[in-house]
Design a protein around this ligand. Structure first.
Ligand code: SAM
Ligand code: SF4
Length: 334
């Protein structure tokens, strides 16, 4: 098992497939993009499957593929099929901006993908372009529909609210998600953008999201024991536009104001083969170099254990000595 010194067990591996992206979300990367990782530094499919296999042998039960934009990597359905063949088979999911899901959703489902999270911050095409610097709103909506049609249910939608840009859309987004049977989660903006432009005072907090939603919806908290290591606090949507029956939910991920580090079960592998025990870690374990130098599975497993054992108690964003990691979100894997 992958246990840290606070007794937390890592069972959820986030794997970044690529650092490149076809959007430029303002809270993630600058409009001109970033210096992308050289291709030869990216893990090959064989290397990636091997490292995930080692993680699975150490108790990892869930593998989430992310990026950058994971579907920009060639051959993701074939990679999913290989990961689905691991023993014991991990749960497989992907976090994507959805642009390429119209092309890939059916193949991903056929390959064994279990779930998908699609990021969408606005219902307005012009505002989408303002936030992402790309005119791709229609593609994302088509991608979401393709995911649902492919049976990748429940399709989850992640939204980041930006003050004065799309925060007024919170209840509209919820109504749209209820009507279309997507599960919506709002995520607090974190200091992980490449530009280092995050400003706590401008961040839309989890409390504010709740206020914005309760102006139109009757919500009831889902009791904590159901939460486990899930970062989202979940609310039942009891009444409001688009509520047609029981069981409708909305999530709020208060990563900054309501940290869930004490229950964290995650560990992350970057596209260039660096193991990170936290989104906010400032150190990494270089599995790629070890693997390319001929390390056997036992040695790789040892490195996994050492990396996880050293995990800090929390992200410390509010601490006086907090330092934003050098690696931006897009190169870590969100
Ligand atoms: N490109 C894919 C996407 O957008 O879904 C996967 C990678 S992206 C880094 C994963 C998630 O991180 C997205 O839901 C995105 O909204 C979120 N994200 C990116 N930068 C963020 C930030 N600074 N604070 C909070 N969430 C962020
Ligand atoms: Fe790309 Fe996702 Fe970052 Fe947006 S949040 S720029 S879609 S990696």
């Amino acid at each position: 098992m992958l246990v840290d010194r606070f007794g937390r067990v890592a069972t959820d591996l986030r794997v970044s497939l690529i650092d490149r992206c076809n959007l430029r979300c303002s809270y993630c990367m600058p409009p001109e993009g970033l210096p992308w990782l050289p291709r030869q530094e990216l893990l090959t499919d064989d290397e990636l499957v091997r490292l995930v296999g080692v993680a699975v042998s150490l108790g990892v039960r869930e593998v989430r593929l992310t990026g950058g934009e994971p579907l920009l990597r060639p051959g993701v359905p074939a990679l999913v099929a290989r990961l689905a063949a691991l023993e014991p088979r991990p749960e497989l999911s992907i976090t994507t901006n959805g642009i390429l899901l119209g092309r890939d959703a059916a193949a991903l489902a056929a390959a064994g993908l279990d779930r998908v999270n699609v990021s969408l911050d606005t219902l307005d095409a012009a505002r989408f372009k303002q936030i992402t610097f790309r005119d791709k709103h229609a593609e994302v909506l088509a991608g979401l529909a393709a995911a649902r049609a492919a049976g990748l249910a429940p399709v989850k939608v992640n939204a980041v609210l930006l003050r004065g840009v799309n925060d007024h859309e919170a209840p509209d987004l919820l109504e749209w998600a209820l009507v279309n049977r997507y599960e919506l989660r709002f995520i607090e903006q974190m200091p992980l953008d490449a530009q280092h432009g995050w400003d706590r005072a401008r961040m839309v907090t989890a409390d504010e999201v709740l206020q914005l939603l309760t102006a139109r919806y009757e919500l009831a908290p889902v009791s904590d024991p159901d939460r486990g290591a899930a970062p989202a606090e979940t609310w039942q949507v009891l009444a409001g536009p688009g509520v047609t029956g029981p069981g409708r939910k909305v999530g709020i991920v208060g990563s900054v104001t309501r940290p869930f580090c004490g229950a964290c079960d995650r560990v992350r592998l970057t596209a260039d083969g660096q193991l990170r025990d936290c989104l906010f870690a400032t150190t990494e374990s270089d599995l790629r170099t070890a693997l390319r130098a001929g390390a056997d599975d036992a040695e790789l497993a040892r490195r996994f254990r050492v990396a996880v054992a050293g995990k800090k108690a929390g992200h410390g964003i509010d601490g006086p000595d907090f330092v934003q990691p050098d690696r931006p979100m897009s190169a870590i894997g969100g």
